[in-house]
Design a binder for this molecule. Structure first.
Ligand code: NDP
Length: 435
């Protein structure tokens, strides 16, 4: 705690894991007294570097780049890159730590890492984005590789950015390898990868609902965010017969009582992915909806909540509001969107609650499938990848049941995901000795 006192998000993520994993360690001699968790909280390597680039006005800009290589006991480091002005070592360490457990849960051989920059892509031209990505990769390329560390996208890093990053890596290394995932379909990308995190979050919720003999049909769903994860969580919810009521961005949220259907979602995808506009512009096309400025959507009545924007976007009061409005299932699409207080409320009410490291693992799992296809130099069909994604989400759900079912039968998905993720990495670390 003292060593990381200035890193609140990282401490929050570690404490959540420690609360469930330490009692397990104490009960199991093979882990007890080996300082495994203490070893896991220290990154194997943390690289920080200067990124200089020239903006459209000819001004030299300076940003800070990072790559955190957290744990490679079960496979090469794997995890996204985030470009957002709030990025710092604490946020990336929390994300890298979560990633270790998440990747372990996917059943695929991937270690955990995360990286990014405090660069703000908002309002930048395509040329500025390209120059920044090229400058960022001109340093990062030294530290990554298809058998060492395979970054992917995250907030602010979508297919456009992955393209620019991949182009510079390929030039510098003079080789075409699967060093990044989330690539375009004509240059090594996997079908279903763009959809995977959002779809996976809904598949996980489907599995949870099944334990109550229930499903998405006719349910009302409140979603935060309107980026990659939120868009495909909405798409899959609609496909399964639910009514999606909200989407949001950092300026506020839209509420559409008639439901955001496929056509309206297509409008949002164009607005966000091509026009790079604000969610409030939804009202220009659909004036019956309402826009609430500067707020998250958790006060709206719903059956299912899917937080898909960012960390700590759903606090204890939000959780109380959701519960009093009858929400019975929360599946996290974002990383650590619910605060500790919010999770406590959900657990107290004994509703279905899935932490991101389990429910949003479909993205990295499909990245793992992209790596496999790149190594095989082969491409699976959409149906094949979707089937594998569904199976993996089902397997993760089962692991949570195996390790997280309380004596009264309540499934504590937080405990289940933490312990199941821990066991595989800890076993590998112990087998490999003190390295
Ligand atoms: P995008 O950049 O595509 O979208 C992010 C969305 O969240 C945008 O709507 C954005 O609004 C909103 N947002 C970002 N920061 C804030 C903030 N501080 N307050 C309110 N809203 C905010 O990112 P993704 O959809 O890829 O990622 C969303 C979440 O999912 C993140 O937590 C990420 O770590 C997690 N995740 C993503 C995976 C992936 O495959 N992409 C995999 C696993 C987890 P605005 O445009 O106004 O900034």
């Amino acid at each position: 705690k003292e060593r990381n006192a200035h890193e609140p998000e990282f401490l929050q993520a570690v404490e959540e894991v420690a609360e469930t994993v330490i009692p397990y360690i104490v009960q199991h001699d093979i882990y007890y007294g080996k300082n495994v968790l203490l070893r896991m909280v220290e990154p194997e390597r943390l690289v920080s570097f200067r990124v200089c680039w020239v903006d459209d006005d000819g001004e030299i800009q300076v940003n800070r780049g990072y790559r955190i290589q957290m744990n490679s006991a079960i496979g090469p480091y794997k995890g996204g890159l985030r470009f957002h002005p709030t990025v710092n070592a604490s946020i990336l360490k929390f994300l890298a730590f979560e990633q270790v457990f998440k990747n372990s849960l996917t059943t695929l051989p991937m270690g955990g890492g995360k990286g990014g920059s405090d660069f703000d892509p908002k309002g930048k031209s395509d040329n500025e984005i390209m120059r920044f990505c090229h400058a960022f990769m001109s340093e990062l390329f030294r530290h990554i590789g298809p058998n060492t560390d395979i970054p992917a996208g995250d907030i602010g890093v979508g297919q456009r950015e992955i393209g620019f990053l991949f182009g510079m890596y390929r030039k510098l290394r003079n080789e075409f390898t699967g060093v990044l995932t989330g690539k375009g379909m004509t240059w090594g990308g996997s079908l279903i990868r763009p959809e995977a995190t959002g779809y996976g979050t809904v598949y996980f919720a489907e599995n949870m609902l099944k334990t109550k003999d229930d499903n998405f049909e006719g349910k009302t769903v409140v979603i935060s965010g309107s980026g990659n994860v939120a868009q495909y969580a909405a798409e899959k919810s609609i496909q399964l017969g639910a009514k999606v009521l909200t989407l949001s961005d950092s300026s506020g949220y839209i509420f559409d009582e008639e439901g955001i259907d496929t056509e309206k979602l297509e409008f949002v995808m164009h607005l966000k992915n091509e026009k790079r506009g604000r969610i409030s512009e939804y009202l220009e096309k659909y004036p019956n909806a309402k826009f609430t400025k500067g707020k998250t959507p958790w006060d709206e009545k719903c059956d299912i909540a899917l937080p898909c924007a960012t960390q700590n976007e759903l606090n204890g009061d939000d959780a109380k509001a959701l519960l009093s409005n009858g929400c019975m299932c929360v599946s996290e699409g974002a990383n650590m969107p619910s605060t500790k207080e919010a999770i406590a409320e959900f657990h107290k009410a004994k509703i279905l609650f899935a932490p991101g490291k389990a429910s949003n693992a479909g993205g990295v799992a499909t990245s793992g499938l992209e790596m496999t296809q790149n190594s095989l130099r082969y491409k699976w069909t959409r149906e094949e990848v979707d089937k594998k994604l569904k199976e993996i989400m089902g397997d993760i759900h089962q692991s949570c049941i195996d390790y997280g079912t309380d004596e009264d039968g309540y499934i504590d998905y937080v405990k289940g995901a933490n312990i199941a993720g821990f066991v595989k990495v800890a076993d590998a670390m112990l087998a490999q000795g003190v390295v």
